[in-house]
Design a protein around this ligand. Structure first.
Ligand code: PMT
Length: 403
């Protein structure tokens, strides 16, 4: 689930300085296609005006329980009924306490009590309030009842204190919202994803690498977490933040990636190799920066281990193997050859000669080839959407035979 088209999301904003961050969350939700209806407490309106949320959501903002127009046209019950997901962000200790105790005395608490949709709560408060046993008990109670939480982060708080209590980043809450709406068809599965480039050092300041940004692999890791899998992300050097909920293993060279992958492989149900592993490394890494001396120079290279081929030759506890093929021509033919030679269950062939897809692009297009001879075209789409398509095929493959 990455597209929120046709999803109705209630975004309930309570009164705290972090209320302004709910604007960015609203933007992420609407950008993903959600129909967002904002509910604000009276104190939230002291921090941000309803007009801001109304303009950005293109829907009226709900502030009063006994508002004649909204009661006639929508009403808190019908709003609660329409929700696919209910998000409270920021959620104050007061609002969380009321929800935990079944108090429904305003639009927000009444609507949240009436909804049957999953409720995702993103608390923001002073660190002493957050650690207060009364608050802890309220959160634990709601957790037991199935309410979902996005924990606040540590940092300098508006009240002057340092500690845990800052509202999680809008991107993190958005990711948790996607997860709350996702089918958990990969629950109980362990999936390893490799991502990014490898760097093969020549000396302390120079290396051989490629243009992989890690975006494709990280999109796969995030999507697998959303769908309930335990995810190990083995990543070469990238600028991307580690996705929430993954076990992140950072490596630099192909040999380091091989060691990390092989040490986890037998405990994985699936390995997806989206990383762009350098095929060669310098025979020797100089200990000091070498000096410019000659007009031309030669660096002797040696072949790196083929990590994916190594996985394909595992004869015991071999995971479901998904390779990628980065090609500039003869896409289907070369990819099919790689699938066969490396003994894969599936390969994702992408044409990396196109500027709008492949390396370091936001989008990608691919041809999926399966061991049993089937194939599927995926036209240009976001890497997040392609990740979902790849995982759909993996989920089907895990439930059937491998062709
Ligand atoms: O990271 P992005 O900027 O988002 O770009 C995404 C991508 C283009 C890097 C990605 O979609 C992709 O194509 N990844 C595979 C790149 C690659 O190395 O392709 P290949 O055809 O050279 O290798 C085939 C497969 O063998 C790959 O799964 C690769 O991970 C694996 N391999 C290759 C060499 C090696 N020594 N060990 C390997 O495991």
């Amino acid at each position: 689930m990455h597209n929120l088209k046709d999803k109705c999301v209630i975004l309930a904003v309570s009164g705290g300085i972090a209320a302004y961050k709910a604007i960015e969350l609203l933007r992420l939700l609407t950008k993903a296609g959600a129909d967002v209806h904002v509910v604000m407490t009276r104190s939230a309106q002291e921090f941000v005006t309803p007009l801001t949320f109304q303009t950005l959501s293109s829907n009226p903002v709900h502030t009063e329980l006994f508002n004649l127009i909204s009661e006639r046209e929508i009403g808190h019950i019908s709003l609660a009924d329409r929700a696919d997901l209910f998000i409270v962000a920021p959620a104050t200790a007061n609002v969380i306490g009321k929800i935990a105790c079944g108090i429904a005395d305003d639009m927000l608490t009444t609507t949240v009590m009436a909804t049957k949709a999953p409720v995702l709560i993103a608390p923001a408060m002073n660190v002493n309030m957050y650690t207060n046993p009364i608050y802890r008990e309220n959160e634990a109670k709601l957790g037991r009842l199935g309410y979902l939480f996005v924990a606040p982060v540590c940092g300098a708080l508006a009240c002057g204190w340092e500690g845990q209590g800052k509202l999680a980043a809008p991107e993190v809450i958005f990711e948790a919202a996607l997860a709350a709406l996702s089918v958990k068809d990969l629950a109980g599965r362990t999936i390893m994803v490799t991502a990014g480039p490898t760097r093969e050092e020549i000396d302390p300041v120079r290396y051989i690498s490629n243009h992989s940004s890690g975006k494709m692999g990280y999109a796969l890791a995030r999507a697998a977490v959303r769908r309930g899998a335990s995810v190990i992300l083995v990543s070469g050097p990238t600028c991307l933040p580690a996705p929430t909920g993954v076990e992140s293993v950072l490596v630099v060279s192909a040999c380091e990636m091989q060691a990390a992958v092989m040490s986890h492989a037998s405990s994985c149900d699936v390995v997806i190799k989206a990383a762009a592993v350098a095929d060669y490394r310098p025979v020797e890494r100089k200990a000091t920066k070498f000096k410019k001396q000659h007009d031309a120079m030669t660096i002797e290279l040696v072949k790196n281990p083929d990590i994916l081929a190594g996985l394909g030759s595992m004869d015991y506890q071999r995971p479901f193997l998904v390779g990628f093929a980065a090609e500039t021509d003869n896409l289907a033919e070369y990819a099919a050859k790689k699938m066969k030679e490396k003994n894969l269950d599936m390969i994702v062939a992408n044409d990396v000669s196109q500027a709008d897809a492949g390396f370091n692009a936001e989008n990608n297009r691919a041809l999926l080839l399966f061991r049993d001879g089937r194939s599927a075209e995926c036209p240009l789409m976001s890497k997040d959407a392609l990740a979902e398509r790849i995982l759909d095929s993996i989920a089907t493959g895990l439930n059937g035979d491998r062709g």
